[in-house]
Structure formats: structure tokens, C-alpha cells
Design a protein around this ligand. Structure first.
Ligand SMILES: *Cc1c(COP(=O)(O)O)cnc(C)c1O
Length: 334
């Protein structure tokens, strides 16, 4: 199967398995796992934040961030197609008891400063007030768009003008950094906190990182425990995570392959691919997406339905040039 459903389907390399076997471990709930501590320190440094916290998933990282930043009943400003709002089971309502005020980020999912000012609600005797702005980069639902740091800065500054903190869902932050050719810490300079996944393009088997100020990470650590995410000898999974950080340099290959896939699909009647900015290709289909997906799957190619007439294909490190060629040939033969 040429599995283009997601960049989370990668299998850990032999080196990662060896690193797991040899990892120095301790009880991380006591802060005593040296491998986890090293991963957290490296990530904090890489993102230019005071501290970082290892969490089991990107979803938990975002949910902890919302909980740590807000008070019950407050409004959270989010782009209307963003993961934290759309793909996390309404977790912000369930865990944090906040309500969403959504912003239309257009084709690329970019939230403008004017939209932040317009969406801001000041707390008073009748209105709950805005507790947080959530941004996303790359924007998954908009096709992995890589949003320039200046756009993130502007939106963050608009929130800060009102004293509202900003969390960035950077599940694919390193894809954005690669596509824009800027260091990751530049993209997150103006945001207060950031979540980034090790388990996507970087290829780690498990885990995401939440980074921000010391005092925020202390609170986040308590909320992680509350949610049942306190892990014990987690160095076993953090060790492959450390190796995954070395995979940043190869993300541009995923991006090149995504462009090649889109170019090839563009020649297939009935398929209209987006122009990929990173490792995600959204394809509009004349026929229902499920019908096209079933036919592709019978012939050994998998993607995921993203709408009635939209399929998402992700490139990742288990996909090579031959897979891209074969996927294009398969689509052309349907
Ligand atoms: C995948 C993803 C997440 C959640 O990560 P999980 O580890 O799957 O929970 C959050 N945000 C975005 C943008 C994602 O693509």
C-alpha cells in the first residue's frame, strides 16, 4: 500500500528502535527521566521558549494549552477550520468549558490583525471576555499552507494589544519553517505558547511538545497529570523523538514530492489538485471522494476523505520517488 493518508503512518527507523532500547530512563512524573528532560530542554531551546513539556499527542498539547490559558466561560478566538476547533472532539468545551468565536481565515487559513480586533470581546457584567487566540501553522485543513512569520506576528500583536495570550498549533511547524526557509523560533517569536508534533513529518512513533514560559509549563504539567498524560519511563519514546528532530533537514524532500504528486494528478481528468506549499496535497474530485478513494485503494494507493469532493494526500518519510510515480500512474489508470 502506498499510504498517503497522513504523515503519522510512518514506522520508526532501526536507529529509533535502537535508541528506544538503549534510552536512559527514570520516572518522568517525578521529573527524573533524563531522556525526556533532554528532549524538553532541546525543544525549548529550538523554539526560543523558556521551557517545554513532552505530551502524548498534539491534541493533548493543544487542549492543555487552552485549559492553562483560559478561565471557564471565556471566549477563544480560532480560525474556523483549525484543528483545535474542528478535529479535537469539541475538547475546548469539554475540558476547558470555554466557547469558540471563529474567524474565517480564507483560502490559506490566515487570521488577520483586523479580524482579531473585531473578534475580541471585553469582559464585563454581560460578556465573558476573550481568553485566548489560537493560530495554526502549517494550516492542515487549508492544505498545509505555510504562513509567513510576519502574518503570525501581526495577529499575535493584535491579541496582545488587548492583553490576550496566543497559542500556536504548530503540529507541522517544522514543515512551515522548511517551506519558508526560516528557523522555527522565528515563526513562534511573538506567540506565547506553541505545540509541535514529533510524530508527523519528523517520523517519531509517539509524542508532541508544548513550549512556553516557565510558569505556563508548570501549570501545563499539572493539567497533563489531570488529563492522565503523566507518563513514567517515557524516555523509551522520547529517545526516538530526539532522533526525529534530526529529520528536519529532509522535510524539503516531502515538499518536493508533494509538488510532483500534485503536478501528476493535475494531468488526470476529474482530479484538481491544489498547489502544495508543504507536504499536503488537497485534491478536488469530480466524482464523490469516497468513490475515488475506494478505487485507488483497490489498486494500492490510500488517501483520506477531507470533504465530499476533497481528498487529502500527505507525503512523508516512508514515501519515495517511486511511490509518487506509482501513485500518479494508478490515478491515471482509474
Ligand atoms: C495532527 C494535528 C494535531 C493533533 O495531533 P495528534 O498527535 O494527532 O493528536 C493538531 N493540530 C494539527 C494542525 C494537526 O495536523
Amino acid at each position: 500500500m502506498i499510504d498517503l493518508r497522513s504523515d503519522t503512518v510512518t514506522k520508526p527507523s532501526d536507529e529509533m528502535r535502537e535508541a528506544a532500547a538503549e534510552a536512559e530512563v527514570g520516572d518522568d512524573v517525578y521529573g527524573e527521566d533524563p531522556t525526556v528532560n533532554e528532549l524538553e530542554a532541546r525543544m525549548a531551546d529550538m523554539l526560543g521558549k523558556e521551557a517545554a513539556l513532552y505530551v502524548p499527542s498534539g491534541t493533548m498539547g493543544n487542549q492543555i494549552a487552552v485549559r492553562a490559558h483560559t478561565e471557564r466561560g471565556q471566549e477563544v478566538l480560532l480560525e474556523e477550520e483549525c484543528h483545535t476547533y474542528k478535529w479535537e472532539l469539541g475538547g475546548i468545551a469539554q475540558h476547558s468549558q470555554v466557547q469558540a468565536r471563529t474567524i474565517d481565515g480564507g483560502d490559506r487559513g490566515v487570521v488577520g490583525p483586523g479580524q482579531v480586533h473585531d473578534g475580541y470581546v471585553e469582559g464585563d457584567d454581560h460578556r465573558p471576555g476573550t481568553g485566548l487566540l489560537v493560530l495554526e501553522n502549517t494550516h492542515n485543513s487549508k492544505g498545509g499552507t505555510a504562513i509567513a512569520p510576519e502574518r503570525i506576528d501581526e495577529a499575535a500583536q493584535a491579541a496582545h494589544d488587548h492583553g490576550v495570550p496566543v497559542h500556536l498549533d504548530g503540529a507541522r511547524l517544522f514543515n512551515a519553517a522548511t517551506a519558508l526557509d526560516v528557523p522555527a523560533d522565528r515563526i513562534v517569536r511573538e506567540v506565547d505558547t506553541v505545540m509541535s508534533c514529533l510524530s508527523k513529518g519528523l517520523g517519531a512513533p509517539v509524542g508532541s511538545m508544548l513550549a512556553g514560559p516557565d510558569e505556563f509549563i508548570e501549570r501545563a504539567r499539572r493539567i497533563r497529570k489531570l488529563m492522565g498524560g503523566g507518563m513514567r519511563q517515557a524516555g523509551l519514546i522520547a529517545a526516538p523523538g530526539l532522533l526525529a528532530l534530526e529529520n528536519r533537514d529532509r522535510l524539503h524532500e516531502d515538499h518536493r514530492r508533494a509538488r510532483e504528486l500534485a503536478a501528476g494528478f493535475g494531468d488526470v481528468p476529474g482530479l484538481s489538485p491544489s498547489e502544495p506549499e508543504t507536504n499536503i496535497v488537497l485534491v478536488e474530485t469530480d466524482e464523490p471522494a469516497d468513490v475515488v478513494l475506494d478505487r485507488l485503494r483497490e489498486r494500492g494507493v490510500a488517501g483520506s476523505a477531507f470533504g465530499e469532493h476533497t481528498i487529502r494526500f500527505c507525503t512523508h518519510w516512508d514515501i519515495d520517488d517511486a511511490d509518487i510515480e506509482a501513485a500518479i500512474e494508478t490515478a491515471a489508470s482509474l
